[in-house]
Design a protein around this ligand. Structure first.
Ligand code: HEM
Length: 150
């Protein structure tokens, strides 16, 4: 009985402890992530290649920026604030790996301007990983990825 209580109170406090420790070593918090998201999508919207792809699908930017701030809070600080499904939103977009490389170039540049070196390295590593997995899903849906076995 007492061991059940101990393990349940540990798991309840696990997320804030992880978030606090991630904040401490990366220098990131929700304010910095909001600044990163706003600066990054400012560059995206001005980009001659990526800007029109976003403009064709996003009319109302403030909710998108709020969603992306929650997404980065979940991904970088494990706060669990984002409840969405990015893959279906990207499958079918007119993009290939060259677009992801451009996206990542702007993201790396912005992260290094806004975050501490450790914070930038942290979000860049995650962005690269997610970009590869989104690209894989997109290519798979195009039928040009690894052939399906069944
Ligand atoms: C060239 C690359 C990319 C393009 C053109 C792109 C485009 C878009 C567009 C147009 C939307 C809005 C979709 C809609 O609401 O209908 C969107 C949403 C989103 N994107 Fe991307 N994206 C790219 C790369 C990425 C990467 C690398 C990440 C993550 C690191 C990402 C994360 C997200 C998330 C979390 C959403 C919100 C999904 C939701 O509605 O919950 N995107 N993206």
């Amino acid at each position: 009985m007492s061991s059940i209580q101990t393990s349940s109170s540990r798991s309840l406090s696990a997320r804030p402890a992880i978030t606090a420790s991630l904040e401490a070593w990366t220098g990131l918090d929700d304010e910095v992530l909001r600044e990163l998201v706003h600066a990054f999508y400012g560059k995206i919207r001005n980009d001659s290649v990526l800007g029109p792809i976003f403009a064709a699908r996003i009319d109302d930017w403030p909710p998108h920026l709020d969603r992306m701030t929650s997404f980065w809070s979940s991904v970088a600080l494990m706060t669990g604030r984002y409840h969405g499904a990015p893959v279906p939103k990207h499958v079918g977009l007119p993009i290939d790996w060259s677009h992801f490389e451009r996206w990542l170039t702007l993201f790396r540049e912005t992260a290094m301007e806004i975050c501490t070196p450790a914070g930038a390295a942290h979000v860049i590593e995650r962005a690269e990983r997610i970009a590869r997995s989104l690209n894989f899903a997109i290519e798979d849906a195009k039928g040009t990825g690894i052939p399906k076995l069944v």
